[in-house]
Ligand binder design. Structure first.
Ligand SMILES: *[C@@H]1O[C@H](CO)[C@@H](O)[C@H](O)[C@H]1NC(C)=O
Ligand SMILES: *[C@@H]1O[C@H](CO)[C@@H](O)[C@H](O)[C@H]1NC(C)=O
Ligand SMILES: *[C@@H]1O[C@H](CO)[C@@H](O)[C@H](O)[C@H]1NC(C)=O
Ligand SMILES: *[C@@H]1O[C@H](CO)[C@@H](O)[C@H](O)[C@H]1NC(C)=O
Ligand SMILES: *[C@@H]1O[C@H](CO)[C@@H](O)[C@H](O)[C@H]1NC(C)=O
Ligand SMILES: *[C@@H]1O[C@H](CO)[C@@H](O)[C@H](O)[C@H]1NC(C)=O
Ligand SMILES: *[C@@H]1O[C@H](CO)[C@@H](O)[C@H](O)[C@H]1NC(C)=O
Ligand SMILES: CC(=O)N[C@H]1CO[C@H](CO)[C@@H](O)[C@@H]1O
Length: 467
């Protein structure tokens, strides 16, 4: 009986929807293509009207489509698989939705439609999928959303719209998503949000806005969210950022932003600020609560004026490639809980041992890719690193004009002094500093030259092609 009903429906729908179009009625028997929930080699065109089975197939909870070209989710999908909870149709060239698309999909919990060709999420399209929990539509070609694109998704927890072409969002678009926890809008073209766009999403805790075009960010937008766990603002055009949250529970990422100044009010525990233009440490009244701080690839220079004194709870600190020529001896005085310290890829020649006196918890110390004096480095290894059984890293690539290695870490002898003279680790001669700087200049000069050569060769190749 059910089959008959289905079939009649199908024919009726066919007439209703495709009157005048070159619609094709096709049978794609799922049992021929699917094994244990994995379906391969299915082709469904834009105008096909497919029947998937003679009977509804019960107890099929998950379906994954591979190597298939499916212009649209078959109309009878959820009639054929009434128990379906997870549907994966990624990288299947899905280009459009059909209306109604999710009728009977009330068991559907997760829908993965990433890496397809969708351009639009029509109004009210999710009617019927009222228990959907996870929706991924990353890597499609979405440009615009409607204010009712997500209507009916009152149970949705996780939404990814990453890597689309969204430029603006309409004000009511997230309103139906009362339970939304995790929103990924990374890799779009957003420059601003309408004020109040998240005012109904009280449970939102993870927000990914990386690789967009934000030049400013207003934490006002999230004034109703009591606890933010993750905020990713990497790859935007922010120059100055002020965050004002009650609690930022775990992490803020703001890499590659050209950011010069950061201020955070409220509590924050992890900060990843790699590859920005920071010349000073972030200003954080509650710095004592920060446990992890990544400042690598920022032009901080030598840390004068004891800038870490308020960061008393730090456990991980990355100062790799921050342009340090020396490290002031009292800079880590308050870091008694520091477990990991990375000062690699700077221009350090030696350090003062007083630096280590309060680093009682240190377990990982990375200092490769510097301009170490060999005598100092030997001393550092023997009287600190190995003595305390601290992990370190070797130099992976051979630096220019290297003199020697100590336990795999490159170093140089001071050319004007006998190599055997023990370096006390105290003081830093002007000449040595200059030498270190010159070495660094040579290093970057070589890099530039190499890049230029690659470019010249590429241009030559292109010329050849054209001739
Ligand atoms: C997908 O197709 C390729 C070739 O077209 C084939 O090598 C591969 O095994 C197929 N994968 C599956 C899971 O069927
Ligand atoms: C998508 O599938 C095609 C074959 O159907 C394959 O060649 C391609 O690598 C896949 N892309 C991704 C991102 O999975
Ligand atoms: C949704 O957008 C339409 C125009 O596309 C507008 O007329 C309507 O008022 C909007 N509804 C809400 C709730 O914002
Ligand atoms: C944010 O989303 C992008 C794109 O999907 C991803 O590469 C990145 O890892 C995400 N960030 C975090 C912190 O998960
Ligand atoms: C740093 O960011 C710039 C763009 O701001 C990018 O071109 C570069 O590859 C990044 N470097 C690293 C090591 O991430
Ligand atoms: C912040 O750190 C202080 C001192 O370590 C601690 O007493 C306080 O409970 C922390 N506050 C939060 C919200 O984590
Ligand atoms: C420190 O930062 C550099 C550059 O971003 C990165 O390569 C390195 O892995 C980081 N160190 C640790 C211990 O994570
Ligand atoms: C999972 C979760 O955080 N749920 C909360 C969502 O927000 C409501 C209030 O709007 C809370 O009552 C829930 O606990």
């Amino acid at each position: 009986m059910k089959f008959l009903f289905l079939f009649v429906c199908a024919i009726a729908a066919l007439h209703a929807h495709y009157n005048g179009h070159a619609a094709q009625l096709r049978r794609v028997w799922m049992q021929d293509h699917c094994q244990q929930g994995i379906c391969t080699g299915i082709e469904i065109g834009r105008n096909d009207y497919v029947i998937l089975s003679q009977m509804p197939i019960a107890k099929q909870l998950m379906l994954t489509f591979l190597n298939s070209s499916i212009a649209k989710i078959p109309h009878l999908m959820f009639d054929t698989f009434p128990d379906l909870q997870v549907l994966r149709m990624e990288n299947c060239s899905v280009e459009t939705f059909e209306k109604p698309q999710f009728e009977g999909a009330s068991n559907l919990m997760s829908l993965f439609l990433g890496h397809n060709l969708l351009r639009d999420i029509p109004k009210n399209i999710f009617l019927g999928a009222d228990n959907l929990n996870t929706l991924h539509m990353n890597h499609n070609q979405l440009r615009l959303l409607h204010n009712s694109s997500f209507h009916a998704l009152k149970e949705l927890r996780e939404l990814s719209l990453a890597d689309n072409q969204l430029e603006q969002l309409p004000l009511g678009v997230f309103t139906p998503l009362r339970k939304l926890l995790d929103l990924n809008l990374g890799g779009n073209r957003l420059a601003a949000f309408p004020r109040g766009i998240f005012d109904r999403n009280f449970n939102l805790t993870r927000i990914n806005l990386s690789r967009n075009r934000f030049v400013a960010f207003e934490s006002e937008l999230f004034k109703l969210q009591p606890r933010i766990k993750l905020l990713d603002l990497s790859g935007n055009e922010l120059q100055e950022l002020t965050l004002n949250f009650a609690v930022l529970e775990s992490s803020v990422h703001a890499n590659n932003c050209d950011m010069r100044k950061l201020t955070v009010y409220g509590y924050i525990y992890e900060l990843e600020l790699r590859n920005n233009s920071l010349r000073e440490l972030p200003h954080i009244p509650h710095a004592a609560n920060v446990t992890s701080l990544d400042l690598s690839l920022n032009p901080l220079g030598t840390l004068q004026g004891n800038p870490l004194r308020r960061y008393t709870g730090l456990q991980r600190l990355n100062l790799s490639a921050t342009g340090m020529h020396e490290v002031p001896e009292d800079v880590f005085k308050k870091q008694t809980q520091l477990k990991l310290l990375d000062i690699s890829a700077n221009s350090l020649y030696n350090l003062k041992f007083a630096l280590f006196s309060n680093l009682k918890s240190l377990q990982y110390f990375y200092f490769q890719q510097n301009n170490w004096n060999c005598d100092f480095l030997q001393l550092l290894m023997n009287s600190f690193v190995k003595k305390r059984d601290i992990s370190f890293m070797e130099d992976a690539t051979e630096p220019e004009l290297v003199d020697d290695y100590v336990d795999g870490v490159a170093c140089w002898y001071e050319s004007n002094k006998p190599a055997s003279k023990k370096c006390s680790g105290e003081g830093l001669s002007e000449a040595a500093l200059e030498l270190a700087i010159v070495r660094n200049d040579i290093k970057s000069f070589m890099e530039v030259v190499e890049k230029k050569f690659v470019k010249v060769y590429r241009m030559l190749d292109e010329l050849k092609m054209r001739l």
